[in-house]
Design a protein around this ligand. Structure first.
Ligand code: NI
Length: 253
């Protein structure tokens, strides 16, 4: 069984066929999904998906690229949403210095508020770190004991080791299948397997041979196959290990 730990099924890219598509994942062995929210409307949509489907879990929060739309009171609303069915994490949150579309101080303030909430509620946090490695880690270190997963991990082996020592997890998606992917396979070879999970980040980042097309959780087996090659084990074994990791990390019974 495969667990897609980072999907955006509330995205408008799925408006035309969401229900039909969600019904097709079991056939390819994808049995559980975490839907990651990107802003407040997306957090409410995530709660709805979790209410409708027992195998969909949710992270609620505001993405760094939407941090400038965060209003006072939103963090309290997010705290309320964590009480809903199958909501198991805060996120996605973090820092994005690649697009730099939102002032860095605004992103950092929002990230800190999400971290504080995650620690207060003892929930794991889903972190988006794009070209903001140092600041991201510095902020997380202000919250000792926080449990974080770096999604779509794009850092070096050295950075991965540093995060791994803090007990953080990593999720890998379609990028590991790209021909020019160099860092991720190297990181995967050097990380404890107990800290690795699978993700799609759909509708973005479709794995080869679907690169450039709409991504969805049904493509997770293609990512598992690539990791299986890197680890020298079977895709089923990758599915088993990464699913166990996800159940443990998100505290799902
Ligand atoms: Ni995402």
């Amino acid at each position: 069984m495969y667990f897609d730990t980072h999907a955006h099924l509330d995205d408008e890219a799925f408006d035309a066929d969401r229900e039909e598509l969600i019904g097709s994942f079991a056939e390819v062995g994808v049995g559980r999904i975490i839907n990651a929210s990107s802003d407040m409307p997306s957090s409410y949509a995530t709660v709805s998906l979790c209410e409708k489907y027992d195998f969909i879990y949710g992270a609620v929060g505001i993405h760094p690229e939407a941090a400038d739309r965060m209003e006072s009171g939103d963090i309290e609303k997010i705290a309320e949403l964590t009480k809903k069915k199958n909501i198991v994490a805060i996120g996605e949150t973090g820092l994005d210095y690649y697009w730099d579309s939102v002032p860095r101080e605004v992103q950092q303030k929002a990230f800190r508020e999400h971290c504080a909430l995650a620690r207060e509620l003892n929930l794991p946090i889903v972190v988006h770190d794009r070209e903001a490695h140092r600041d991201c880690l510095d902020i997380l270190k202000e919250f000792p004991g926080i449990r974080a997963v770096y999604h779509c991990f794009s850092g070096s082996v050295e950075y991965a080791r540093e995060l791994s020592k803090l007990g953080f997890y990593f999720s890998f998606g379609g990028a590991v299948t790209f021909k020019n992917a160099k860092a991720a396979p190297e990181v995967l070879r050097n990380l404890p397997r107990e800290q690795v999970m699978l993700e799609t980040d759909c509708p973005y980042m479709a794995p080869v041979p679907f690169r450039g097309k709409r991504n969805h959780p049904g493509y997770v087996p293609h990512i598992a196959a690539k990791i299986a090659e890197i680890w020298g084990i079977s895709p089923e074994e990758v599915g088993r290990i990464t699913t166990e990791n996800a159940l443990r990390f998100f505290n799902i019974k």
